[in-house]
Design a binder for this molecule. Structure first.
Ligand code: PEP
Ligand code: MG
Length: 566
């Protein structure tokens, strides 16, 4: 029998397939007194052996599929799992405390991790999370838990999970994963953003989905309407096959617009650019006819590994994008924190991570990390039209501090006779309400703004962008948001700067007339949305858009604005 669930339409497309449930591991165990100490020690050896085999096979797979660098972490874990000191500590605990091996492993791993955390050397502190990771692997094997690895997928599947963390999505093989559906996540969570980059249909925020679904269940994921249908009947399958065909036809129609300009009927042109996370996303970008990259989220280069990427490695990635894209490439400096973690930086656990130690705050606190990234970006600027953008600036002082460090780095490069584009533009994101209010002052010391509505909405309306329970309050149509956007565009223009937008609002075609009408110069979005927005722009005149914007700015509720624009 059909069972339908509603969620958030996170990434467009309709797919039918078999489910693969990604379960979270339950590592709870009971601490027990044991008599057969040798038996426990034997179990330890077996679990270590299995863990070694797991790690070896993961290492080989990753090496083949993702390259040598990505596989390094598994080599490091292999060394830890065989560490004689760790093993003897576990054995000692079994002997002296006469406890079961699960409890002994857990205690020993916690002690080792704490010891590493307390070391002065930052690299060693970062190893604590690797030790925990290895400890969990041994525990899983002791408890007989089978983990589903995203890398091992051989058949085509639809992934169903509570949530996919960014490092999961980074490993997804597009040829195997047809779609995904998750219980958590909103339209602007990174899972959703990654799905759109990969052009994989996705529905997020589907309450209670896991209670009803198991691996091998047949489901339909409708990323256009935000629907998931379990065990579809024949009629449903036919109905959705028809819908999928319609969508396919629509895409084919839209692709005709690839080469034409993004301009209104009366000739007002804007720039339509794409957001990317890695150079891999460029395939989609080139296919959809983006005129440039409005946001390169560099944090993905730092994720999924166990140490910072070197300057050289970053340089290669930035250079590749600069070379392949025929147009501006805006490289955003590291925006880690919030929902994006880096195990090796050992970021503090915080009550409010989105209001905490993240993005430019980390860069200014860790000038060593920041400078290395700026060097790599500057060096890559020789290979294309590169621009630098800072995330999460909240004051003029922060902007100045970042610019000062940039100047130091430029001077160093000059001293070393290393080339970079001396005229490279430097801009900042406007995603903190405070900066929307002082945009006039900030505009004097930047070349451009890019409005980050994903965060601007959450900070302005005090609504966590990740929390489904309050997603109705996360309102792009809120008049306060639209007034902020207008204010920022005006302030940028008054200083002679161009103003863009790289938050998800830029790709929401319901808001295209408003954004056009207030004079936004550049719209940057998931590449899959570009042609829809272009079609919208080409179907109206600038005067019409201006009139719509004027009307919208007079309205005082989100509902009124939304109803009018829809
Ligand atoms: C934003 O906040 O709108 C944005 C583009 O940045 P991110 O989604 O990476 O936080
Ligand atoms: Mg942001």
């Amino acid at each position: 029998m059909n069972k339908k669930f509603n969620g958030v339409a996170a990434s467009p497309g309709i797919v039918t397939g078999k489910v693969l449930v990604l379960t979270e591991d339950d590592l709870t165990y009971e601490t027990k007194k044991v008599e057969d100490l040798e038996g426990e020690k034997e179990r330890l050896q077996e679990a270590i052996q299995t863990s070694k085999e797991d790690l070896n096979s993961l290492k080989e797979k990753v090496k083949v599929e993702m390259g040598e660098d990505k596989a390094e972490i598994f080599q490091a874990h292999l060394m830890l799992v065989e560490d004689p000191e760790l093993i003897s500590t576990i054995q000692d605990k079994i002997e002296t405390k006469k406890i079961n091996v699960e409890a002994a492993v857990d205690e020993a791993v916690k002690e080792f991790a704490t010891m590493f955390e307390n070391m002065d050397d930052e690299y060693m502190q970062g190893r604590a999370s690797d030790i925990r990771d290895v400890g969990n692997r041994i525990l899983k094997n002791l408890l007989g838990i089978d983990t589903t690895s995203l890398l091992g997928i051989e058949d085509e599947v639809i992934l169903v999970a509570r949530d996919l963390i960014p490092s999961d999505t980074a490993q997804i093989d597009k040829d195997k994963v047809l779609a995904f559906a998750t219980e958590q996540g909103s339209r602007t969570s990174h899972t959703a953003i990654m799905a759109r980059s990969l052009e994989i249909p996705a529905v997020t925020g589907v309450n209670d989905l896991l209670a009803d679904v198991e691996s091998e269940t047949e489901i339909i994921v409708d990323g256009l309407e935000g629907e998931v249908i379990l065990n579809p009947t024949k009629e449903k399958l036919m109905e959705y096959e028809e819908k999928a065909k319609e969508y396919q036809n629509r895409r084919e129609e839209l692709i005709q617009l690839k080469e034409v300009a993004a301009e209104t009927k009366d000739g007002h042109a804007v720039e339509l650019a794409a957001n990317i996370g890695t150079p891999k996303d460029l395939t989609g970008v080139l296919k959809q006819g983006a005129e440039g990259i409005g946001l390169y989220r560099t944090e993905f280069l730092y994720m999924d590994r166990d140490s910072l990427p070197s300057e050289e490695e970053q340089f290669e990635a930035y250079k590749e994008v600069a070379e392949k894209v025929d147009g501006p490439v805006i490289i955003r400096t590291l925006d880690i924190g919030g929902d994006k973690e880096l195990s090796y930086l050992d970021l503090p656990e915080e009550m409010n991570p989105f209001l905490g130690y993240r993005a430019i705050r980390i860069s200014l606190d860790r000038p060593d990390v920041f400078k290395e990234q700026l060097r790599a970006i500057l060096r890559a600027s020789v290979y294309g039209e590169v621009k630098i953008m800072y995330p999460m600036i909240s004051s003029l002082e922060e902007l100045r501090a970042a610019n000062n460090i940039l100047e130091e780095v430029k001077e160093e490069l000059r001293q070393e006779n290393k080339e970079f584009d001396e005229d490279l533009e430097v801009g900042m994101m406007i995603e903190v309400p405070a900066t929307a209010m002082i945009a006039d002052a900030l505009a004097q010391e930047t070349d451009f703004f890019s409005i980050g509505t994903n965060d601007l909405i959450q900070y302005t309306t005090a609504t966590d962008r990740m929390n489904n329970n309050i997603s109705h309050l996360y309102q792009p149509f809120h008049p306060a948001i639209l007034k902020f956007i207008k204010r920022v565009v005006d302030a940028g223009h008054a200083a002679g700067n161009w103003v863009g937008m790289c938050g998800e609002v830029a790709g929401d075609k319901r808001l295209t007339p408003f954004l056009l009408g207030i004079g936004l110069d550049e719209f940057s979005m998931s590449s899959i949305l570009i042609l829809e927005v272009k079609e919208r722009i080409r179907n109206m005149t600038l005067t019409e858009a201006e009139n719509i914007a004027q009307k919208v700015l007079q309205m005082s509720t989100a509902k009124e604005i939304k109803d009018y624009l829809e």
